[in-house]
Design a binder for this molecule. Structure first.
Ligand code: HEM
Length: 315
């Protein structure tokens, strides 16, 4: 199975590798999923205004699209050609809140139809990545005390630098997540220890890059912001909690990967890599929140002297 332009393709069937489409249960599961999902979208106050003509047509298209997206037959392209989903969505104002609403409906729909485990995690992660890419509009209001900003906020040098560190980090973690997603999928393979060892190298390299970035935030940015908004509750508490969650999952993965029993079967392999995938999911959302909300908020909140202090984080 390889990942090309958002689509998992089942190219290696001869080698016994199972596509995500097959792992989740194929056509029947996708049909149940879209039937559970769209009523929730239609009921959601953030999303309903986007669907004035109801959701029947889009549900049918989504069935075709998700079939293809998960590596099943190319039903969407066969009928509608190569549509660029990002430009299709550019016609609608998609705020971070709408993307989160869309994903929360998807989460509930997956719960409702009992789609669980590793394939669910992977599918949800792919949808999260796509939904985040479709965000094209920032809200014009204050959100729970977090100034999200109307027009894009121009960030001072140290904040812009923190934001720009996300790009290479995101690439690294997406690469390890793609590798992690393959582990445990070939039913003919009885020992996955080599694959986990190779993933471990990638994850540890990523952690080495992530750590100094996290430290700059934890030791300088968050305390500076906490002086203005407090630390126990609100945005800083959320950000710190997410750092902790990602770290715990990465540490659990590494600890397990370093102490493998001789032979690692598919179930154990999936359990071990699920920690790395959890960390990836947490950090994907976390980076988006920082870029869309936290950094613009810091830009407004911190005074010149505090920004100077932040700039010294790289010295
Ligand atoms: C980020 C939150 C999202 C919002 C608010 C959103 C909203 C919309 C809207 C308003 C439409 C047009 C409906 C119409 O034509 O009546 C649409 C179409 C569509 N969306 Fe989304 N969407 C989101 C995320 C996604 C994601 C993550 C996927 C899949 C990866 C997706 C797949 C599709 C497909 C396949 C169509 C039909 C495209 C076509 O017209 O051929 N959407 N979406």
């Amino acid at each position: 199975m390889t990942y090309t332009q958002g689509t998992y393709r089942n190219e290696n069937n001869a080698a016994g590798i199972i596509s995500l489409y097959e792992q989740i249960g194929g056509a029947e599961t996708i049909d149940r999923l879209v039937h559970a999902f769209y009523p929730k979208v239609y009921e959601h106050p953030e999303l309903r205004p986007l669907f004035p003509d109801g959701v029947d047509e889009i549900r049918a298209k989504q069935y075709l699209f998700l079939t293809q997206f998960t590596g099943g037959p190319a039903l969407y392209t066969d009928q509608f050609g190569f549509g660029n989903m990002r430009s299709i969505h550019a016609r609608f104002p998609i705020t971070p809140a709408r993307a989160e609403a869309w994903l929360s409906c998807m989460r509930e729909a997956m719960d409702e139809i009992g789609l669980n485990g590793h394939p669910r995690q992977l599918m949800f992660q792919m949808l999260t990545n796509a939904a985040n890419r479709f965000v094209n509009t920032q809200p014009h209001h204050q959100c729970g005390g977090m100034q999200a900003g109307g027009a894009p906020v121009e960030l001072c040098e140290p904040l812009a630098r923190l934001k720009s560190e996300h790009g290479p980090l995101r690439e690294q973690m997406d690469a390890y997540a793609r590798e992690a997603a393959e582990i445990g999928t070939n039913p003919n393979k009885t020992d996955w220890s080599g694959d986990i060892a190779s993933l471990q190298i990638k994850v540890e390299t990523f952690v080495r890059e992530l750590d100094p970035h996290s430290e700059r935030e934890e030791e300088i940015l968050f305390p500076l912001m906490a002086k203005h908004v407090g630390r126990q509750m609100g945005p800083i508490a959320v950000m710190e909690h997410e750092h902790e969650l990602a770290k715990q999952n990465l540490a659990k993965f590494t600890e397990n990967a370093r102490n493998l029993p001789g032979n690692v079967d598919a179930d154990l392999a999936k359990e071990i890599v699920s920690y790395a995938l959890q960390a990836h999911a947490v950090l994907t959302e976390h980076f988006m929140k920082e870029e869309n909300v936290l950094f613009p908020m810091a830009e407004h909140m911190l005074n010149a002297e505090e920004k100077e202090q932040l700039a010294r984080a790289w010295e």
